[in-house]
Write a protein that binds this ligand. Sequence first.
Ligand SMILES: [Zn+2]
Length: 118
Amino acid sequence: MLIVRNSFLPGKRYAAINLCGVLFCRRDTLVTPVMINHERIHTAQMLEMGILPFYIWYLVEWLIKVPTPGRAYMRISFEREAYRHEHDLDYLSHRRLYAWWPLQWMRKGKKKKKKNKE
Ligand SMILES: [Zn+2]
């Protein structure tokens, strides 16, 4: 993954941003294998759905979730997948296509609820 260190991207509140598979981070950002893995997961998501549709979906999902309780960013489907698997540095070798798809999260949630009832 190409990493571009600079003084203005991303904004000060964020450590890094993945734009079209290129990781932009501030000069003082500690870039870890986990961070790179997280961003590579986003790159895989971009490649499977197309870069522009990825960003449109990301923005729309964020806008839908902003008015709901909690931090909207953390509940975006792409982020949920990336955060859930960022510590598995081998994740991309066995990742299913469209693993970020929101209905999968809903199904998993139902399974957990069923398990809890048993
Ligand atoms: Zn992310």
